[in-house]
Design a protein around this ligand. Sequence first.
Ligand SMILES: [Mg+2]
Length: 400
Amino acid sequence: MSQRTVLLCDLDAFFAAVEILDRPELAGKPVIVGHDPRSRGVVATCNYEARRYGVRSAMPMAEAVRRCPHAVIVPPRHQRYAEMSRRVMEIYARFTPLIEPVSVDEAYLDVTGRPGLRVAAAIKRAVLQETGLVVSVGVGPNKFLAKLACDLSKPDGLREIRADQARAVLAPLPVDRLPGIGPKTAARLRDLGIETAGELQRRPLQWFNAVFGSRGPLMYRLARGEDDRPLQPQSRAKSLSDEITFDRDRPAAALLPVLLACSEQVGRRLRQGGCLAHTVTIKVRFPSFVTITRSRTLPYSFDDDATIYRTARELYETHILNTDLPVDDPTGRRLIRLLGVQVSGLVDRSAPRQTTLFDPESRQRQRLHQVIDDVRRRFGERALVRGRRLHGRPRRPSHA
Ligand SMILES: [Mg+2]
């Protein structure tokens, strides 16, 4: 494989950093993000001030508070973190389209062909300036070394490990710094008298095959800092849309029910995909085939039909119904050939640890949506139609 340049970007103490951004009075104090220590929760994140007292991620909250009794405890707000994560990922996307998000605060970027350290420094600057967050960036010829470079230089890290430095950098490190070597394997290697990656590097391939079986060749290469694993760019769609082309052109004024149906369709797919969106776009094609789109990005994320429809409808009323766009129809009506709704700016709704942090109102709405989605799945599209849609539906011509 030809030489690649891979970055691993990892936000420092991410949840705690967001809390301190939003509450500057916390700066300089030990901050632990987690639920009430009387519950059985664990530390979601803590800042470096708290780490000085031995507090660590995933430690029971009770233990964390025992170690650092004066720490400020902040309950996690995963929606807020998701929003900040999205902003940071959008900054990354300006540098390369090849991004593999690992978690809410971590992503691999492929910037092959460019000077890795310089790109890394530019990313750090942009993230700090635009969000106030500090990101550590490791640079390497592969994912393993990029991650190692990041881990070794945190916090506020910026480091490159070149291919020709890999063996020397790895040599003194304990074997469990290699991906795929957990505590169990490390203990087994210790029994064999091996503590460091350097000692592994001196073993021949046959030894690896005997010790690791089918993973032997892989581990042999990892011990030398060689890693072919490709980036797996986010496969999830960046947007979801639903559109309808009419069999004959329809008057614009009669199409709000279609807009609602499209909104409900993308809303359902959003929820099925476990995503939240930030932007609503409407697409309108006129009989002349002129097509326009109009978007609005909201200051919060959403997955409910009401928000999608309300936003789509506002766009439609502003840009289609109440404008001076030329009219095709001799009767003076504005006709439309295609109408669609799209949501974009998608982020994962599944919070890294807890998902029960929504306010009761939106939780209730969520439950309602689950019921509606479920009924539709079982009994078909038409099983449930909201009142508004019925009211808005064009009436049949009256023969009376
Ligand atoms: Mg991090």
